[in-house]
Design a protein around this ligand. Structure first.
Ligand code: NAD
Ligand code: IPM
Ligand code: MN
Length: 370
């Protein structure tokens, strides 16, 4: 059996709490001989700043480069509000994405049957929802230069962020999205703001060309990103795959999270280019949510987004789709029994802790393995 090297980066706030539930699952899989994971841990974010005065060290970056996959918890929190911008916790995550060239961020929003009542939207709007947001992750305004605050000397300052995209960046993320659409319901919606932004004009043009050249069999639609946000809460089931830039993808995926009941439900996979020779790609798996400082340390965090992020690792890095399916089934079963972390609380629910949820899901996985 192949041994897979995982680098665990728990980070800050609820990060370590939700990663602990993945460790519980990994330990069992290893002990049973169902899989063989070799794990190593590192610091990132505020935890790394406290130890080393940077949000990720070169040594940790080297480990991330060498791993078969990285599992990332969350970073940030009020404790680090005043640290220099270059070493703020979030910079560690951005360096991982950029240096590992993880340009494709897959954020699936799936509403489990038992949670249709938990969303802030009407049950009929979210029941059976299964959409995939493909967010460009290494370009756009997150990384564009210049990125500055200049003192104008007259009591005014000027802040500049730069939104920039080259053709190849749009082409490669479009291909990821079209390929996914082909394996799903064959529909792709591209979102930008070509009515105001030059990058939106190019985005629209390039996605259209890639479609014409390589993916005519897939249905392609374009929506302006603001209207797309409105459509996501009006009738989200019109979508299959959505492809969008780094900033719009950040915002639209938090919106999509609420369609599933809670931000604590949305996993993500951040993937690099597939190496033509080895067939492998760099990958980092992380929940969409942050460090949730308001509930950190209280055992209230929902570990499902972290667990399903590991599920995405099973699918996209380790060719263990069957095991990922079992994990999904286990989660659905536990939710169907009425077990909920506090973020999902509803009528008649049994509120459990982070560990309580993790244990229940593991028990269910065990039962599915007979
Ligand atoms: P957040 O996602 O941490 O929290 C938003 C709200 O959702 C909070 O009320 C929180 O309690 C709740 N929530 C989030 N995850 C949950 C979970 N698993 N279970 C239950 N409830 C959950 O966003 P924020 O408060 O805007 O940001 C806090 C910090 O996290 C900031 O420093 C931000 O930069 C950082 N952040 C990090 C990441 C990441 O590491 N990938 C992502 C988003 C935000
Ligand atoms: C996310 C987060 C990050 C982002 C932050 C923490 C840098 O919000 O992964 O959605 O903005 O990309
Ligand atoms: Mn975000």
């Amino acid at each position: 059996m192949a041994t897979h090297k995982l680098l665990l980066l728990p980070g800050d706030g609820i990060g370590p709490e939700v990663i602990a539930e993945v460790k519980r699952l990994i330990d069992w899989l290893n002990a049973q001989g169902i899989a063989s994971f070799e794990t190593e841990e590192g610091l990132v974010g505020g935890a790394s700043y406290d130890a080393d005065k940077v949000s990720v060290t070169d040594a940790t970056m080297a480990k991330a480069q060498a791993a078969d996959a990285v599992l990332f918890g969350a970073v940030g929190g009020p404790k680090w509000d005043a640290v220099p911008y270059e070493v703020r916790p979030e910079a560690g995550l951005l360096r991982l994405r950029k240096d590992l060239a993880l340009f494709a961020n897959l954020r699936p929003a799936i509403c489990y049957p038992a949670l249709a009542q938990s969303s802030s939207l009407k049950p009929e709007v979210v029941e059976g929802l299964d959409i995939m947001i493909v967010r460009e992750l290494t370009g756009g305004v997150y990384f564009g230069e210049p990125k500055t605050i200049t003192d104008l000397g007259n009591g005014q300052k000027r802040a500049v962020d730069t939104q920039v995209y080259d053709t190849y960046e749009i082409e490669r993320i479009a291909r990821v999205a079209f390929d996914l659409a082909r394996k799903r319901r064959n529909k792709l919606t591209s979102m930008e703001k070509r009515n105001v932004m030059k990058s939106g004009v190019l985005w629209n043009e390039v996605v259209t060309q890639v479609h014409q050249r390589e993916y005519k069999d897939v249905t392609l639609e374009h929506q302006l990103a603001d209207s797309g946000g409105m459509q996501l809460v009006r009738w989200p089931k019109q979508f299959d795959v959505i492809v969008t830039d780094n900033l719009f993808g950040d915002m639209l995926s938090d919106i999509a999270a609420m369609l599933t009941g809670s931000l604590g439900m949305l996993p993500s996979a951040s993937l690099g280019e597939t190496d033509a020779r080895s067939g492998r790609r760099k990958a980092l798996y992380e929940p969409v949510h942050g460090s949730a400082p308001d509930i950190a340390g209280e055992g209230k965090a929902n570990p499902i987004a972290m667990l399903t992020s590991f599920g995405m690792a099973l699918r996209y890095s380790f060719d263990m789709g069957d095991l990922a399916d079992k994990l999904d089934q286990a989660i659905a079963a536990v939710l169907a029994r009425g077990l909920r972390t506090a973020d999902l609380a509803g009528d008649g629910a049994t509120i459990v802790s982070t560990a309580g949820m993790g244990e229940a899901i593991l028990k269910e996985v065990q039962a599915l393995h007979g």
